[in-house]
Design a protein around this ligand. Structure first.
Ligand code: GTQ
Length: 337
């Protein structure tokens, strides 16, 4: 040792090159490591930390734009003529952090050509007549209020007879593939995959609105929620699930805070929702999103009963063990193994 310089030695007698933590930290990036202790709170936050924010998309504003795309963008150019609903705090394809929604338009005599992909889609039919979607050989008529499934890897094309536009709300699990970059698409050789008409009242891919409305109206109380489930009682997919709700005029749903994020569409009526204490007024045709772990509650206006459609990432969260709703005994969440 020379002069007053002090040198630090490790327990094994080797000279320590980094005298201070700062010196050590400065050396880390070059080795492709970082100190966890500087990001511990961020990586293990005290509660869910959604990046998306609540937002509402007004149908009156979007419908004219969507219809104009019918003049300016051909079915061929678009493949799918969709206005994606993009969360203000995120980029496409995020409507919430985990769920995607878009408004799709098909005009008469058009074809949104056949393709298939890993992503799952569920569609809520908003308006129009004469539209159909062909799901792996099964041609399904689109009717207002119906929910139609496109299971993973099924070829599907959309088309329309008659006059006027056909508009529906797509719900897909596309944001998942930001985390799992494993999404494949395959295009069919022809625009249409050969298909036969099916009786929509018997197809497991279709949830007719009359039937869902009957279930909601038969339920007791001012507020009712009913899930869309497959015949075996399971969710409509491994990723996304859905439900519909009825609120009698002037009534409200119970407040909920859950790790699922969701997209709501107003089937009928008008009212508002509070999401994280912020008020969002809505009416028929509007679509809004609820981020994870933000308390939400719906309020029907005084005029009419309200019906809401919702899809969410609950099946995916449950499968992964990530689903939690405020109010449960958290000790019940302790995994057995
Ligand atoms: O109809 O196949 O909104 O593939 C986004 C991706 C719809 C569809 C979307 C798609 C589709």
């Amino acid at each position: 040792m020379s002069g007053t310089e002090t040198e630090t030695y490790l327990a094994n007698g080797q000279k320590a090159e980094y005298k201070t933590q700062d010196e050590l930290l400065a050396a880390l990036p070059a080795t492709q490591t970082l100190p966890l202790w500087k990001q511990m709170k961020k990586l293990n936050p005290p509660e869910p930390n959604p990046r998306c924010v609540p937002h509402i998309w007004k149908y009156d504003e979007l419908k004219p734009l969507l219809l104009r795309t019918g003049d300016l963008v051909t079915d061929k150019e678009a493949e799918r003529r969709v206005l994606m609903l993009i969360n203000p705090a995120r980029e496409a394809p995020c409507t919430t952090d985990t769920v995607y929604a878009g408004l799709q338009l098909v005009m008469p005599n058009e074809t949104a050509p056949a393709h298939r992909h890993t992503a799952f889609a569920m569609r809520f039919i908003i308006e129009g007549s004469g539209g159909f979607t062909a799901v792996h050989g099964r041609r399904i008529a689109m009717r207002r209020g119906d929910v139609i499934l496109t299971p993973t890897w099924n070829y599907h094309d959309h088309g329309k007879d008659g006059s006027g536009p056909m508009i529906w709300l797509d719900g897909l699990d596309l944001p998942c593939f930001q985390h799992f970059p494993v999404h494949f698409v395959q295009h069919y050789a022809d625009p249409r995959y050969p298909a036969e008409n099916v009786d929509t009242s018997k197809s497991p891919l279709v949830f007719p609105w009359e039937r869902m409305k009957e279930r909601l109206d038969a339920a007791e109380g001012n507020w009712a929620s009913k899930p869309y489930l497959k015949e075996d009682g399971s969710d409509v997919s491994k990723t996304l699930g859905g439900s519909a709700e009825r609120l009698s005029k002037g009534s409200s749903s119970p407040p909920v805070r859950e790790t699922a994020s969701s997209v709501y569409h107003v089937i009928d009526g008008a009212g508002y929702s509070t999401i994280n204490s912020k008020r969002f007024d809505w009416k028929q045709g509007d679509t809004f999103c609820v981020p994870s772990w933000q308390t939400y509650q719906h309020f029907a206006g005084p005029e009419d009963d309200v019906y809401l459609y919702r899809f969410d990432d609950k099946p995916m969260l449950k499968a992964l063990g990530f689903y939690r709703v405020d109010g449960v005994d958290i000790e019940s969440l302790v995994s057995e193994q």
